[in-house]
Design a protein around this ligand. Structure first.
Ligand code: ZN
Length: 345
């Protein structure tokens, strides 16, 4: 375990699946194994990424989401009350794109721990602090149709209760940071203030470990790229939700800052939080030089002192080639280390 007190390093969550586990650089890539062989292969993949992160100097590591195909459906697959055959067309992220999604047809319940065994496996194989990611309640509700609750906020609270059960299992497994991914947070800003943060509070109720929320503008698909063109030169959506997030009981906020249109000054609104500054661009295969990472962190340090600032990736790196993701981890670790050394003189 590292004892860094400033510029700790971590990642937003996902890492690429090795090519022997699933087809690389593809969303929803099917597994190449089944049953016990698949479980063993996922564990092998998690092991290699834990090692890569440790070697790169990442302080707070994750299992890289090697055990799930998708960050939302990986959780929902294990929830009762969802009819996966009853597809409802839904305009995702405020009608950015339409997808036929499964439908909630009765009260949702969790059969058993979804990721507990994965977390215990990762915990057994690293001495570093361990992060585990879960989908946020609002993002779940923007991924699945409601045929039961009637109000989106009510369905979010129901899922938040299940996420809390899961989070308590993860904490018991030895996880140090539980992060909820909420890419829907910069689309439904009014809802964030009305019920989105309340739902997160339900999800973190009773936890003693650190809690985080990752907000982001989305990657990969054309609909996201087109949407971003409509947002103007400066993306100021966070201005309307950061005050409420800063007043919340969530400990950490993760956001994209590398080559981002988000004005860095906005992180100054998070004066009571740890801020996970994305210093690695996940939308390009170009690997940052450590100096590039340092310059992003230096800019962030104008608004957040280094004790509260964590060096992170903009978003998950699952869609990148494995070698690129590994090199970006090393750039992140090296940039943070050099800057720490500079600050210590
Ligand atoms: Zn993201």
């Amino acid at each position: 375990m590292t004892g860094e007190t400033m510029l700790k390093t971590t990642i937003a969550g996902s890492l690429p699946k090795p090519s022997w586990l699933a087809e690389p650089e593809k969303l929803w890539a099917p597994w190449r194994f089944e049953g016990d062989e698949l479980q063993a292969a996922k564990e092998d993949a998690a092991l290699l990424w834990l090692k890569e992160q440790e070697d790169a100097g990442i302080d707070i590591v994750s299992e890289g989401e090697q055990f799930r195909t998708h960050f939302v459906h990986g959780f929902l697959e294990h929830i009762d009350g969802i009819d996966w055959d009853l597809k409802t067309p839904m305009g995702i992220r405020d009608n950015r794109y339409t997808v036929d999604v499964p439908t909630v047809t009765k009260a949702v319940t969790r059969r058993k721990s979804v990721h507990g065994a994965d977390a215990r496996f990762a915990r057994a194989h690293t001495g570093n602090q361990l992060k585990f990611t879960l989908p946020g309640p609002m993002t779940i509700c923007d991924t699945i149709a409601d045929g039961h609750y009637g109000r989106r906020a009510d369905m979010a609270m129901a899922f938040a209760g299940l996420l809390n059960e899961e989070a308590r299992d993860l904490e018991a497994a030895g996880v140090d940071v539980i992060q909820f991914d909420e890419p829907a947070f910069n689309v439904f800003m009014d809802d964030v203030n009305e019920w989105g943060i309340d739902a997160l509070h339900v999800a973190i109720d009773g936890l003693k470990c650190k809690t985080a929320v990752h907000i982001c503008y989305g990657y990969g698909i054309d609909a996201n790229i087109e949407w971003k063109k409509t947002l103007g030169a400066e993306w100021r959506q966070y201005e309307s939700i950061f005050p409420a997030l800063n007043a919340s009981r969530i400990d950490q906020v993760s956001l994209e800052c590398a080559d981002s249109h988000v004005p860095m000054e906005l992180i100054g609104l998070l004066k009571d939080k740890d801020v996970l500054v994305g210093a690695i661009d996940v939308a390009t295969n170009t690997v940052e030089a450590p100096e590039k990472v340092m310059s992003t962190l230096r800019e962030a340090m104008k608004y957040v002192e280094p004790e509260r600032l964590h060096a992170c990736t903009n978003c998950g790196m699952a869609p990148l080639p494995r070698s690129v993701a590994a090199a970006k981890l090393r750039a992140l670790g090296a940039g943070a280390r050099k800057l720490r050394n500079e600050l210590r003189g």
